[in-house]
Design a protein around this ligand. Structure first.
Ligand code: UDX
Length: 434
């Protein structure tokens, strides 16, 4: 099948490459000439494990190409995916900014000749599929099309696997004809018995927000319990293991930490709150989840200061990990962005290291010192703060770290290390909730 992908950001690029791998003929289109030239030359603008190989392979086999011209990209396509960005609006009021989607759709409307399925892949508020259809009809009254909502559930760092082996595929449409096209798009997934949930567009749109809000609330729940554990001397890691073994609860997303970040949970929870508010419905659990997450980040600042004897002024802090999670170069809403600046404001000297995020971090946090390795960052430090659980921080040479430090204070915001063993190794160790 011939497919066009509008937008070559994270979602567009991963989806385009994976659909090409399914055997479809995919043209990815982006307004940015610079980006398209970079992609055509074999460059990958984001770090996502396996993506460069997948893109290269499918370009090589002639199934994936890049284009700045909408008309050419869409020509002959049976499905056009909209995967442009939907950032939180600049007003900071929780609204998703749909400017890019609507602009893309306006242009697309004039390129439609034969029947086409327009697929909303970006995470969009309930009712967007209807708006998209209205805009296309307005711009091109004779266009033959259907709009489908087909939300993505891709985790950064594991996006290709999430696309190739999804828990489910959600297809929101009122049209049987569009449903048939979408089933053909995802045909390879039938072979591995992937559940397909076919529903109406509004439900599909809300499924995405609900799934992300649930996971965000689940993280906030365990972070709140971690605080209680600290107060009563319980161990949240053992607790989460036991609680998670209840099949109704499940062990995933029960890891306490410095709070969730990334491009989805913070944005999608706020957007869901906005949707509820606009419709006069309460969403108190999600609201609390968001508040707990902000409080968790603030609580980490206090935890660090307390572990360092009540003041960080003039002291050196080694910060390991800046991205919002491992295996990505993404810093959006990363806990590091809210936890580290207050330490600098209080006179702390932060020596930071991250395997993939330092270039971006240097732009946002110019007051940190960026080091070439974790060991360099820890040299002469008064404390180490582990913020992101990159694999290379999971098996640090602790004796080497300790030998180089001024004082062996280790603050492990991801509970990577065992408290008893760390104390035996001579560290003043602080975890989260244990
Ligand atoms: C998420 C969803 O998982 C994905 O399905 C959706 O479509 C996009 O948003 P992503 O943001 O890439 O994916 O990362 P995810 O692995 O879900 O982690 C999000 C944040 O939660 C990270 O900051 C992570 O560190 C944090 N987290 C996750 C925890 O603090 N504890 C956990 O137990 C799990």
């Amino acid at each position: 099948m011939k497919i066009a992908m509008i937008g070559t950001g994270y979602v567009g690029l991963v989806t385009g490459a994976c659909l090409a791998e399914f055997g479809h003929q995919v043209t990815c289109m982006d307004k940015s000439e610079e980006k398209i030239e970079f992609l055509q030359a074999g460059g990958i603008p984001i770090y996502e494990p396996g993506l460069a190989q997948l893109v290269g392979k499918n370009i090589g086999e002639g199934r994936l190409s890049f284009q700045t011209d909408m008309r050419q990209a869409v020509q002959g396509a049976q499905a056009v995916f909209i995967a442009v960005g939907t950032p939180s609006s600049r007003r900071g009021d929780g609204y998703a900014d749909l400017t890019y989607i609507y602009a893309a759709v306006r242009e697309l409307a004039h390129c439609i000749s034969d029947y086409v399925v327009v697929v909303d892949k970006s995470t969009v508020p309930v009712g967007t599929a209807r708006q998209v259809a209205r805009i296309i009809r307005e711009e091109n009254p004779v266009a033959d099309f259907d709009v489908v909502s087909n939300p993505e559930f891709l985790r950064e760092g594991a996006a290709i696997n999430d696309f190739m082996r999804p828990d489910r595929v959600v297809i929101g449409t009122e049209s049987e004809k569009a449903l048939a096209v979408m089933k053909e798009v995802y045909d390879p997934l039938y072979l591995i018995s992937t559940p397909i949930v076919a529903t109406n567009p509004a439900t599909a749109e809300l499924i995405k927000y609900s799934a992300n809000a649930f996971l965000a609330v689940k993280i906030s729940f365990i972070n709140e319990i971690a605080g209680i554990c600290e107060a009563v001397g319980a161990d949240v890691v053992d607790l989460a293991k036991a609680v998670g073994l209840d099949g109704r609860i499940g062990s995933k997303f029960l890891h306490p930490g410095p709070g969730y970040g990334g491009s989805c949970f913070p944005k999608d929870t706020l957007a869901l709150l906005r949707i509820a508010q606009e419709n006069g419905v309460a969403a108190r659990l999600v609201e609390a989840g968001v508040e707990v997450n902000s409080a968790q980040k603030a609580r980490m600042v206090k935890k660090i200061i307390d572990a360092m004897g009540g003041s960080v002024a003039g002291k050196t802090i080694a910060a390991l990990g800046l991205t919002f999670k491992p295996e990505t170069d993404d810093l959006r809403e990363s806990p590091a962005l809210t936890i580290l600046p207050p330490l600098v404001e209080r006179g702390g000297i932060v020596k930071a290291h991250d395997p993939k995020g330092m270039d971006e971090a240097a732009k946002i946090l110019p007051n940190l010192h960026y080091m070439n390795s974790a060991y360099e960052a820890c040299k002469e430090a008064d404390a180490v703060v582990l913020l992101t659980e990159w694999n290379q921080y999971r098996a640090l040479d602790l004796a080497r770290i300790k030998a180089g430090m001024k004082t062996p204070v280790f603050i492990d915001l991801r509970n990577v290390y065992d408290p008893t063993r760390m104390r035996e190794a001579g560290f003043a160790y602080t975890g989260v909730g244990r």
